[in-house]
Design a protein around this ligand. Structure first.
Ligand code: UTP
Length: 301
């Protein structure tokens, strides 16, 4: 089975960090978001990945070089015209299945069951605020309609970033239909609209419940995910080329070249070459080369 992972976006909600690094490469619980995603997918037998790249795409290409037993393809999304448009770049126009996983959330679920399902499958998670999401309406176990950010949601089952589509050809044709007729939602060619078009043309979809949606798309959720993953192993993740002196750390991800001195850190992600001196901080991301200190330190002048 092959998978498409779109990672062409700018990650504006994670600026300024994404002005230096592609969003999917930001560290969470000691390794890049995309490494968590790939490790899960490889463990369930996916052996070929097509990345849709754009913003800092070369960084993604470089990152994948550490994997040896899987195949990677890269397709550039020249214009950021939406998720449907992004996925279209990576589809093969054949009656073969494809798994699609977004590159900014770590989704924990029974992937084998999702892949083995004879129907096309959309991963969903219950959310308290369904009007903010793409939502599925169900008829028994089957999806009867897709709704993009509905004012009056028919369910609280949010489409959450994992799909298995039985026919790449049919999905490609549905996206082509959107593009040919300039059907956009919020200015973009949406995957949800393409799925609705497939449904209208007779494709059968079922839902699959995602056990844990560990989103990494905004600072708050990236930090929540860091806390959850490090909490499970009750450890910090500190790069061997960083220095921690006289400090107390809990749920901390410390990247390469960092210094922590006389500080207390709880659920903090430090990006490379940052420093935290004489601080008591929690739930924050310390940016590339950023220095947090109250006092004048002659080493920093
Ligand atoms: P998002 O819209 O959440 O990601 O898309 P973004 O654009 O990077 O973030 P913001 O909104 O600017 O903060 C979800 C996933 O789909 C990819 C993104 O890279 C991300 O992994 N995507 C989205 C594309 O590859 N191309 C698109 O046109 C849209």
């Amino acid at each position: 089975m092959k998978a498409i992972i779109p990672v062409a976006g700018h990650g504006t909600r994670l600026e300024p960090h994404t002005l230096k690094l592609q969003k999917c490469l930001l560290p969470v619980a000691g390794k890049p978001v995309i490494e968590h995603i790939l490790d899960i997918l490889i463990s369930v037998g996916i052996s070929e990945f097509t990345f849709i790249i754009g913003h800092f795409g070369e960084q993604v290409v470089q990152f994948t070089k550490k994997y040896t037993n899987v195949k990677f393809n890269f397709v550039k999304q020249e214009e950021r015209l939406g998720l449907g448009h992004a996925i279209y770049q990576g589809l093969e126009k054949q009656e073969t299945p494809i798994v699609i996983v977004l590159g900014d959330a770590i989704l924990e679920l029974d992937y084998s069951k999702l892949i083995e399902n004879s129907n096309s499958v959309v991963g969903v998670a219950e959310v308290p605020d369904p009007e903010r999401f793409g939502i599925v309406e169900l008829d028994g176990q089957f999806i009867s309609k897709f709704h993009e950010k509905p004012k009056h949601p028919p369910s609280n089952l949010a489409i959450s970033g994992v799909y298995k589509i039985n026919s790449q050809k049919q999905l490609a044709e549905s996206i082509e239909y959107l593009m040919a007729n300039d059907i956009r939602t919020k200015g973009e060619y949406q995957l949800t609209d393409a799925l609705q078009n497939m449904l209208d043309n007779g494709s059968v979809f079922v839902q699959h419940t995602i056990d844990n949606c560990l989103d990494c798309g905004i600072p708050e959720t990236l930090l929540q995910t860091n806390r959850i993953l490090l909490g499970r192993i009750n450890q910090n993740s500190t790069h061997s080329e960083s220095k921690i002196e006289n400090s107390k750390l809990q749920f901390a991800t410390i990247s390469k070249g960092c210094l922590v001195e006389n500080s207390t850190l709880e659920n903090v992600i430090m990006l490379p070459n940052s420093k935290v001196l004489n601080q008591n901080i929690s739930d924050c991301i310390v940016g590339f080369n950023e220095i947090l200190t109250n006092e004048f330190d002659e080493r920093l002048s």
